[in-house]
Write a protein that binds this ligand. Structure first.
Ligand code: IPE
Ligand code: IPE
Ligand code: MG
Ligand code: MG
Length: 363
């Protein structure tokens, strides 16, 4: 199997020590005191991009129409439930920070949200998740087959939008991201229930399934504004590190979050036996004492109703959530550092605050 290369890339970008730091953290037993991580927000970026996002939303609604009724019905079930719209916001910021942000950028932003929406439809079928954006998951209403096929439709619509921009460079970036996301999801599937999953592979998985789209969004936005190569690389590095922080936090919220706020059920990863960093750390730290529990509940996926509560107690008790959030905070710092060479005033500041939000978020 071809190995994806995210940890290596991140290692280069962070001067060769990010991977080492991650491995160190895996074996660290004592957590540092909580509460010193910066509190971020997506609001400054959402405020700056308000007018642009209104146009992106209009484009999304315009382009999800179809003569086949189940397509707009199913798509609208998810789209009208909202979501944070972070990826189109990042695409818009990538353009605006370089003084662009025109029609092409908005189309790319809509395409990015279409790709994201398609992956959510597919992901909920694969993960067997029952709740998405506070609503019953689409596959429980229309069935798995319709959900997957409407996901395919949204992917195709994303490509139509990209072609409309006439930018081969942006098309190349987002086409590549689409195949990498699928690789990440498949790689994750083949490594589910693996109590011995190594951290490099975990990082490869989250880099591919989540961070790649943030990276592509930022870079494509920049390209639409005529980014020079070093500017495009900076935006890509920002998105990649932001995306890694975002997925690490997502994996924390699956144990430590609250379903009402998340709009999806906490515990899905555990019930599915997904080997995420909080779980891997908890297995390593709880040692022989809990080995039989993990082997049964995750390795063989023989679970009772009470098992998630027990898993959550162990995961929190051994400090695995705090340690994972510390990793996430390092990536958020790397995201902010990647912007150092760019000017861009309030857009840059908003992206920095968004990087902190990717870690401090509760939804
Ligand atoms: C959910 O992404 C999928 C992950 C990569 C964790 P978001 O948390 O951005 O989902 P919405 O769009 O806000 O619902
Ligand atoms: C995100 O991973 C996968 C996608 C690329 C859609 P998760 O499986 O953790 O996402 P959620 O928790 O279902 O949103
Ligand atoms: Mg999922
Ligand atoms: Mg998740």
């Amino acid at each position: 199997m071809r190995r994806l290369t995210y940890p290596a890339r991140i290692e280069r970008r962070n001067g060769g020590c990010a991977e080492t730091r991650l491995l160190d953290a895996m074996s660290a037993i004592v957590d540092r005191p909580a509460g010193r991580r910066p509190q971020g927000s997506a609001d400054p970026l959402a405020r700056l991009a308000q007018a642009d996002m209104a146009r992106v939303d209009a484009l999304i609604h315009e382009r999800m129409t179809s003569e086949v009724p189940v397509i707009p019905q199913l798509a609208d079930h998810l789209v009208s439930a909202g979501g944070k719209r972070l990826r189109p916001l990042v695409a818009i910021a990538g353009g605006r920070i370089l003084g662009g942000g025109g029609d092409g950028c908005l189309k790319l932003a809509a395409a990015v949200e279409f790709i994201h929406t398609a992956t959510l439809l597919h992901d909920d079928v694969v993960d067997g998740s029952r709740l998405r954006r506070g609503k019953v998951a689409a596959h429980l209403i229309w069935g798995g087959a319709s959900s997957v096929l409407v996901g395919d439709f949204l992917f195709a619509r994303a490509f139509e939008l990209m072609v409309d921009t006439g930018s081969m460079a942006a098309l190349r970036i987002l086409a590549r991201a689409s195949s990498v996301i699928a690789e990440g999801e498949v790689l994750q599937l083949t490594r589910a229930h693996d109590l011995n999953l190594d951290q490099d592979t975990y990082l490869e998985i989250i880099g591919a399934k989540t961070a790649e789209l943030f990276a592509a969004a930022a870079e494509a936005g920049g390209i639409s504004a005529g980014a020079r190569p070093e500017q495009a690389a900076a935006l890509r590095a920002y998105g990649m590190n932001l995306g890694l922080a975002f997925q690490l936090a997502d994996d924390v919220l699956d144990y430590g979050g609250e379903s009402g706020a998340l709009g999806k059920n906490a515990g899905d990863d555990f019930r599915e036996g997904k080997a995420t960093l909080p779980l891997l750390l908890a297995i390593a730290r709880s040692g022989p004492r809990e080995a039989a529990f993990w082997e049964r509940a995750v390795g063989r996926l023989e679970q009772t109703e009470a098992d998630f509560r027990r898993a959550r107690e162990i995961v929190i008790g051994v400090g695995a959530l705090e340690a994972t959030l510390d990793r996430a905070a390092e990536y958020a710092e790397a995201a902010k550092a990647a912007l150092a060479g760019l000017s861009g005033g309030e857009w840059k500041a908003a992206l920095e605050t968004l990087a902190d939000f990717s870690v401090s978020r509760t939804a």
